[in-house]
Write a protein that binds this ligand. Structure first.
Ligand code: DC
Length: 210
């Protein structure tokens, strides 16, 4: 079994960028587990199936192929919203967590990022990071990403969406977003990407040398 790095945090906290950087630096496999929820939601939407039928959603989740996850196709805001809705269903979570756990065992190591990696998917991971930032900073970053693509965006609307997503992800009964008791907290509100990476690297190197 390889070395597992579990990274959790709310939407737009910077955990995706950080996870990819860590995976590159250590030569580990990376799985953005949000994409598995997004792929399930997209398959339902495309088939014209309802988002509130737990049995249909669970069956769809079982058919998701981790090798076919495409970030560009799945990044649409509407898919993220739909993903957050089906992510409250225990059957969907069971199916996707099983696939995520088998991914986590790959050699020489893996980086998984999501909402429940340190608490549910890989509670045995030797390194757990909880990456967060204030809702204002997260909304601002998302706003700037959209504007940088040449599209128009409304900061207040984005801020409201960030709050709604947080409430849903933190408030659900099954596997709510929260830091594992032994997670290292990384608040990136006032941190550059490089500073966040260096902080994470220090925790990882310490665990690798234990
Ligand atoms: O990180 P993201 O925006 O791609 O995630 C989309 C939704 O998927 C998120 O709102 C909640 C759900 N999710 C989850 O419940 N557990 C995970 N490990 C990852 C994502």
């Amino acid at each position: 079994m390889g070395f597992i790095i579990a990274i959790d945090g709310p939407a737009a906290a910077g955990k995706g960028t950080l996870s990819r950087q860590i995976a590159d630096a250590y030569g580990f496999h990376h799985l953005d587990t949000g994409l598995t929820y997004r792929a399930t939601a997209k398959a339902l939407l495309e088939a014209g199936l309802p988002l509130d039928d737990a049995a249909v959603a669970e069956k769809t989740a079982h058919d998701i192929d981790l090798a076919g996850l495409d970030r560009d196709v799945l990044s649409a805001h509407s898919i993220g919203e739909a993903a957050s809705k089906i992510a409250v269903m225990p059957g969907v979570r069971r199916a996707l967590v099983e696939a995520q756990r088998s991914f986590s065992l790959r050699s020489p190591g893996t980086v998984l990022d999501g909402r429940d990696i340190g608490t549910v998917v890989c509670p045995q991971a030797p390194v757990k990071l909880y990456v967060t930032a204030s809702p204002q900073v997260r909304a601002r970053r998302r706003y700037e990403e959209i504007v940088a693509k040449g599209e128009t965006a409304d900061y207040e609307a984005i801020f409201a969406e960030v709050k709604t997503r947080d409430d849903r992800d933190m408030g659900r009964a099954d596997s709510p977003l929260k830091p594992a008791p032994d997670a290292h907290l990384l608040d990136t509100s006032e941190m550059s990407i490089e500073a966040a990476f260096q902080a994470a690297k220090a925790f990882i190197d310490a665990a690798l040398n234990r």
